[in-house]
Design a protein around this ligand. Sequence first.
Ligand code: DX5
Ligand code: ZN
Length: 213
Amino acid sequence: MIAPSVLAADFANLQRDIEMVNSTEASWLHIDIMDGVFVPNISFGLPVLKAIKKYAKIPLDVHLMITQPERYIKEFKNSGADILTVHIEASVHLHRTIQKIRSEGMLAGVALNPHTPVESLKEVLNDLDVICLMSVNPGFGGQSFIPGTYDKIKSLKKMIKKAGSSAKIEIDGGVNIQNASKLKTAGADILVAGNAIFKSDDPVNMVSMLKKA
Ligand code: DX5
Ligand code: ZN
C-alpha cells in the first residue's frame, strides 16, 4: 500500500492536493503532526486535520510526533483519524495508549525512531495494527533514507510471524522509486512517501509506480 504524506503538499492548495491524491491508487493519506518538543519542528494540528477529512476519500493515517500522545487520542478521533500512530519513545504507558486508541475505534500504530530496536515491541506485537519504522529521524520531509532500515524490516517481519501478529509494517522517510522495491522485498507492507510523490512531475503516475515497484 502507498500512503502519500501531506507534509510535502502545497498547504496553500490543500484541497487541490488532497483531491489529486483521491484520484491515485493510494490506500491511506499520511498526516504528520509535530509539536516542536518531541521533534524539532511544528507542522499543524487538529483544525487542519478536520479540514483534510472533508475532502479525503481514503483513510487518514495520523502519525503523532508529540510527547504524551495519550492526552489527545479522543480529539484525533473526533477530528478524523482512522489510524493513529504514536511514538514508543513518547509514551511511557504504551500498552494502555494502544488500548485507548483501539477502544476509540481506530487502528493502532506505534512508530520507532531509527535508533530504537524492533525487539522493544515484543510484548505488544499482538495488540498492534501498524508498526511504523522511521527510516529518517522524524521532524522533516525530504531527508535521505537510512539503509539500516532494511535489516530492521527483516527482523521485525520474523518477530511478527513468530508471534502470529497481523501487524503491518510501514516505512516512513526518504522512500522513493529507487528503494521501494527493495523495501517490499524486505517485508514492508505500507510505504509512506512525501517528496517522492508531491514533488514529482506526475504524482498520480508516481503513486502507481511505487505501488508496482
Ligand atoms: C518525517 C515524517 C514523514 C515525512 C516523509 O518526520 O514522518 O512522514 O513526511 O517525507 P519524505 O517522504 O519526503 O521523506
Ligand atoms: Zn510520518
